[in-house]
Design a binder for this molecule. Structure first.
Ligand SMILES: Nc1ncnc2c1ncn2[C@@H]1O[C@H](COP(=O)(O)OP(=O)(O)OP(=O)(O)O)[C@@H](O)[C@H]1O
Ligand SMILES: [Mg+2]
Length: 501
C-alpha cells in the first residue's frame, strides 16, 4: 500500500496588472482522492491550478507536498514534483502537425540528452494510451484527432511521467455523455493508483458522481471546502454565486401562429448527413440532439454554408435559397455560433470591442470610417447584458477566462439582423448563472420572431428550452419530439440508436 501523498496550497494570491485574480486561497489535495474545484466563470479556478502547474511564477503563498515546502515557478518544476495539468483548451497544449506519439512524448523530446529512438517513442506513447484503455494510431497526425482523442493524448502525456497529482480543467466540456462516462472510468482507475485528481467542471451532476471533496471559489476567494456529501447542489450554486437561483429556463412560450422561416428538404453531404428535412418556424427554438459524431456540428455548418452539402429544396423566408457560403448566409440573415470557439468563433488576440463589432461592421462604419466610439458603447452594453468579466472593453480575449471568451463568441452575433440563429453547443464551459442569462437571451430572440436552431449534447438543456427536438443518429434525423413530451431518457435512447419498446 503506497503512502497517501498530500499536497497543500497555502495563502495563495496573484495579481495581473493590478487586478487581483486570487487572494489568500487555501487548497488541499490528497492522493487517491478526487477533488472538485468549482465556481462561476472568472472565479479563478484555472488560475489557481495554473499556479500549481508552474505557469505563473509570480504568485504569493506557499505550496507543500507531504509537509515539505516546494518551489513551483516553472511547469518543469511542477512536473518534477509529479504535478500535471490537462488544460481547459486542449489545442493550446498540442503541437499541430506532429504525430500523436510525438505529442504524447513532447516533454521527453524537449529534454536535452533524451535519446530519440522512434520505435521506443511510439511504444511508450502506445503504452501510455493503453493505460487509459484507449487505442489510437500513434503515427497519425494530431490534427486529425477529435477533441476526445486530443484529451486522451494529454492524459497519456501526464502518464508518461511519474504522475502524483493530476489536474483536469473542464475535461468534459468538449465530450458527449458517453465519452464523459469513459473519462470517469479512467479517473476512477487513476484514483485507485493513488493519484490525487482535481476536477474542474460546471456540471454538478458530474462532480457529484466522481468527486470526494469540493472547493468553491468566488471572485478569486475561497468560499468553502469540504466533503462532497455535505453539500447539496443548491448549496454549491448558492456559494458559487452568492445568491440562490430559481429556475434556469425561461417559461415555455406557446407558439401561436407559426410561419415557416427555413424549410429544408433532403439535405445530404458527402460524409455523414443523410436526407435531413425539417422546418424551422418564426419564434421557434428547434433543438438538435445527438452524441458526438451524430452530425450536429456538420449540420450546423452545412446550413450556414460553411461545409458543402446538397439539398433537394430549401426555402428561406418563402424564397428559394440554398446554403452556399458563410458570406452569403450572413447576407441572407443566417448566423452561426460555432462549437470550436477558439478556432472559429473569436479573434483571440483582439480586444472585446473588436470581436463584438466584427460581424457587422457596416453598423459601425460610415464613409469607410470605423466608428470606434459606437463600437465600444455597443461592446459595453453587451458586456453588461452577458456579464462578461473583464477589466475593460479593450482587453484582449487572450486573458479572459474560458467561459467569458464563450460569452463574447455568442455576443458578437446578437447585434446582427439575422433571422435564423444557429447555436452549436453554446453553453459549453459557461457557468449556471450565465446559462440562465443566455437562455433568456435566446428566448428573447425567438420571441422577437427569429428562428433558433439549438444543437446540443446536453439533453436536459434541450428539454428545458426547446419547442421541438430532432434527434440525430449517424447523420440522420431518427425522431422528432415536441418539447412538452421530451424527456432526457428518451433523447438518450434515440441518440444511441434505440427505439422505445
Ligand atoms: N494572464 C492573465 N492576465 C490578466 N488577467 C487574467 C490572466 N489570467 C487570468 N486572468 C483573470 O483572472 C480571472 C480568473 O480567471 P480564470 O481563468 O482563473 O477563471 P475560471 O474560474 O477558470 O473561469 P472559467 O469557468 O470561465 O474557465 C479572470 O477575470 C481572468 O480574466
Ligand atoms: Mg477556467
Amino acid at each position: 500500500m503506497s503512502v497517501q501523498n498530500q499536497l497543500k496550497m497555502h495563502d495563495i494570491s496573484i495579481q495581473f496588472s493590478g487586478f487581483s485574480a486570487l487572494s489568500h486561497v487555501n487548497f488541499a489535495l490528497i492522493g487517491g482522492t478526487t477533488h472538485a474545484l468549482t465556481g462561476a466563470n472568472g472565479a479563478g479556478k484555472s488560475t489557481l491550478m495554473a499556479v500549481l502547474a508552474g505557469t505563473h511564477g509570480h504568485y504569493q503563498g506557499q505550496i507543500s507536498i507531504n509537509n515539505q515546502h516546494i518551489a513551483v515557478t516553472t511547469p518543469r518544476q511542477a512536473r518534477q514534483h509529479g504535478v500535471h495539468l490537462v488544460q481547459q483548451e486542449v489545442d493550446v497544449a498540442l503541437v499541430p502537425g506532429l504525430s500523436v506519439a510525438e505529442n504524447i512524448m513532447l516533454d521527453q523530446l524537449a529534454e536535452a540528452g533524451f535519446y530519440h529512438s522512434w520505435s521506443k517513442i511510439r511504444q511508450q506513447a502506445h503504452d501510455a494510451l493503453s493505460q487509459l484503455g484507449v487505442t489510437l494510431n500513434v503515427e497519425q497526425s494530431v490534427d486529425r484527432c477529435s477533441l476526445a482523442e486530443k484529451q486522451h493524448i494529454l492524459l497519456a502525456r501526464a502518464l508518461t511521467h511519474e504522475c502524483r497529482f493530476l489536474i483536469l480543467d473542464e475535461p468534459t466540456a468538449p465530450l458527449d455523455q458517453h465519452e464523459s462516462e469513459r473519462l470517469f472510468d479512467v479517473v476512477r482507475h487513476l484514483k485507485t493508483r493513488g493519484i490525487g485528481i482535481v476536477f474542474i467542471s460546471h456540471r454538478l451532476n458530474e462532480i457529484r458522481d466522481i468527486c470526494d471533496h469540493v472547493t468553491i471559489l468566488r471572485d478569486g476567494k475561497l468560499i468553502d471546502s469540504g466533503r462532497m456529501a455535505d453539500f447539496t447542489d443548491a448549496l454549491i450554486v448558492e456559494k458559487m454565486l452568492g445568491h440562490r437561483i430559481e429556475d434556469i429556463y425561461p417559461p415555455r412560450r406557446i407558439l401561436e401562429k407559426a410561419d415557416p422561416l427555413l424549410q429544408i428538404a433532403g439535405l445530404h453531404d458527402d460524409q455523414l448527413l443523410h436526407d435531413i428535412s425539417f422546418t424551422l418556424h418564426r419564434g421557434e427554438i428547434l433543438g438538435f440532439a445527438g452524441l458526438a459524431g451524430a452530425g450536429k456540428t456538420e449540420l450546423c455548418k452545412a446550413l450556414f454554408g460553411a461545409a458543402s452539402s446538397r439539398v433537394q429544396s430549401a426555402y428561406l423566408n418563402g424564397q428559394r435559397w440554398h446554403p452556399h457560403s458563410p458570406a452569403d448566409s450572413v447576407r441572407n440573415g443566417i448566423a452561426l455560433i460555432p462549437e470550436e470557439r477558439r478556432k472559429e468563433g473569436i479573434f483571440i488576440e483582439e480586444s472585446i470591442t473588436t470581436n463584438l463589432s466584427v460581424v457587422d461592421d457596416r453598423d459601425f462604419s460610415a464613409f469607410g470610417i470605423f466608428n470606434f466610439r459606437a463600437a465600444r458603447e455597443w461592446a459595453q452594453t453587451l458586456m453588461q447584458r452577458l456579464k462578461v468579466k473583464a477589466t475593460h472593453s479593450e482587453q484582449s480575449l487572450h486573458h479572459l477566462s474560458g467561459g467569458n471568451q464563450q460569452k463574447v463568441a455568442i455576443g458578437k452575433w446578437l447585434k446582427g439582423q439575422s433571422d435564423v440563429v444557429i447555436l452549436d453547443e453554446p453553453t459549453k464551459g459557461v457557468d449556471i448563472r450565465t446559462k440562465a442569462d443566455l437562455f433568456r437571451l435566446i428566448e428573447n430572440l425567438a420571441h422577437e420572431g427569429k428562428g433558433i436552431i439549438y444543437a446540443s449534447g446536453d439533453f436536459s438543456e434541450l428539454v428545458g428550452l426547446c419547442h421541438r427536438i430532432c434527434i440525430l443518429f449517424d447523420g440522420r434525423i431518427v425522431a422528432e419530439i415536441s418539447g412538452n413530451d421530451a424527456k432526457e431518457e428518451l433523447l438518450l435512447l434515440y441518440s444511441t440508436g434505440g427505439t422505445p419498446a
